[in-house]
Design a protein around this ligand. Sequence first.
Ligand SMILES: [Zn+2]
Length: 330
Amino acid sequence: MTTVRHTDGIEVTLPDGRVVQADAAAPAGDVNVLSHAHGDHLYDEPPASLVCSELTAALAGVRRETAPEPATHPDVELLNAGHVPGSRAALVTCTTATGETTRVLYTGDVSVRDRFYLEGFEPVSADVLVVEATYGSPEYVFRPQAELEAEIVDWFEDTADRPAICMGYSFGRAQEIQRLAARAGRSRLLVSDAIADLDAVIERHLDVRFGAERYGESTTLEAGDVLVLPGQTNHLAFVERLRESTGALKAGFSGWAVNSSFRYRGDYDETFVLSDHCDHSELLEVVRGVDPEQVYVTHGSVDEFAGYLTAETSYPAQSLQRNQTTLGDF
Ligand SMILES: [Zn+2]
């Protein structure tokens, strides 16, 4: 029997009794896995052994005081998750003394789209699937990646007579915005220190150069410049002052931009759909590709996506609520 719970991260108890803990703040499993280096998946203190990619370990070292030694485990296969640089899904294989084998796949955050320097996730078969559902609601379907990117490049070209202030997660989206601005030939790329530090680590591990300068108090924002800032700075007073004093356009980049409220809530001049997650139809594609006997849904629209799977497909699905005590076991 395999049990999956959302406690501190995702806790999988395998048929042989071992506990695999993924993306925990205080990892304490028999096997500990880190899918990627986004803050809501990262440890506070790294455990003695943490199964993750080398790039995730290096990026974790930028975001936390201590970097882990990236470990491997004979029962854990790390698969490209296509979410952000270094991100991996974990395929855990457990063979009991009686010779019965169970395969559990934890996607972490996942995207099937090939884009920039990322290769999309390719589903593999498993008995139990633990899948994210950030965009698990059916209204979230994204257009083809090439169209989304072309729209952004066109906007950078059309507005090159003004500076642009672009908001996106500092890890993942911020780097993609830089690549699109460069593709449009914008004159100068400026980024915050946090983004510059992440750029440097990614450049060392992947075949990509961002070519951005650090934005500081002495930097003057000019026409043609593209300044990329972490999304959480959006409502800070200095951004508004900068926008007013330079005539900059402020743009937001997110999968949530499918919904028009994203633009008004963020007070953006322009918003673009750009996501590092599967949309609703791609999540279905992942489930069908894995073809599991049981699906657990975590992160985001968990009830909605689990309900959709139960109603519209043949896959038994259950949403994972944090610290929920009564769960069906597989
Ligand atoms: Zn993430």
